[in-house]
Design a protein around this ligand. Sequence first.
Ligand code: F0G
Length: 458
Amino acid sequence: MHRWNTIIEPFRIHSVEPVRFPSVRERNEHLEEAGNNLFNLRAEHVLIDLLTDSGTGAMSRDQWAAVQHGDESYAGSPSWFRFLAAVQNLFPYRHVIPTHQGRAAEKILFTVIGGPGKVVPNNTHFDTTRANIEHTGAEAVDLVIPEGRQPDVIHPFKGNMDVEALDTLIRERGPEHVPVVFMTITNNSGGGQPVSLANLRAVREVCDRYGLPLFLDACRFAENAWFIHEREDGQKGRSIREIVREMASLADGMTMSAKKDGLANIGGWLAMNDDAWATECRNLLILTEGFPTYGGLAGRDLEAIAQGLKEVVDEHYLHYRIRSTGYLADALDAAGVPVMKPAGGHAVYLDARALLPHIPPLQYPGQSLAIALYREGGIRGCEIGTVMFGRHPDGSESPAAMDLVRLAIPRRTYTQSHIDYVVEVVTWVAQHAADLPGYRIVDEPPALRHFSARFEAV
Ligand code: F0G
């Protein structure tokens, strides 16, 4: 049979939502009002919103139908049992603790196992993970392989952990100070890059050597499994579910944001095998989220997630998903725009430091590029660089490892012509990069400053 090359959206559109077209004058006014921070914009002032892939995807017909099965009983709802079965079908951990989103799971876990003197290694901590660890007085250390910090170096699994560096860290600090080792799949802050099964096994071995638990930050587990399916020796013949279950079996627990590969608009969970930790976590859950059979979620949300977890491991979905992200990256690369290579799963990362060499990192080239994309084309991306990671708990500031702008692709939401428009705008801005100014921060909060800081052109 002929194999066609065009990879199509594996769905028809069933319900549509209009987009708005703000004028150039309006966009300039909105930027001024927002203090040049795109998090401060009203979403209705954005044409193509690539700020995040988190909770911004389209739910399927079957998910909306599942919402109607939501049972809002306070305790022991059937929706909870459907959610539990769907989670454990992929991640068969003994304890599953539902939360309203991923960071709530992080907050609970690190409140129980963090604290001063502790150190938590990860390939790369996401910003809320790092902040939740540091909030307890513990230290968060990023140990991604060196290739993972070089945007233009091709490597099939750029999210992998530097296993030797992990071993050294544990030996130097003492395993008694390392409550857990984390692996973020895919490695969001490092470019949405995958982690291989071989690397997970190697990290598992190090953990076993020192008797340490391994947890997954599994937000984009299905995208990671697709990369393993495509790129890792001997994995082509396996189903996505099998690969996910092997990833799960190599770890002792997980934190999860269902706003990513749960294909839902809200939700998350914390899961683990350890009974004592689970008891402590559930006690905290009751204080901050809710009863253990709903966490911070309505029954209808649990239903949407349960159905989403069935859809997200579908090979047609993942083939389309990963290819459509690659399509944007390839088009920009062909147009000469420096992008992180190879493309990640959920986002394309523009290398602002390479594109704007005239702007020093402490004048935030990523922020400058993100502002220009909105000003010129109404596109909202997100700086992942010195604004996000440059300020340290001791108050000092230094350049982040990379200055990137992330264009995150919401799941099942934009079509190929939306993406072609993005390519056109980004290419134009890149051709005029030399005209872009640096920025300084005129107002910033004590933590997670990228969400609310205000900026002025230098
Ligand atoms: N871990 C990773 C790797 C994430 O990407 C996120 C969220 C979280 C944890 C926290 O989950 O938002 O449900 O509380 N990432 C979003 C993003 C916000 O835009 O990348 P949450």
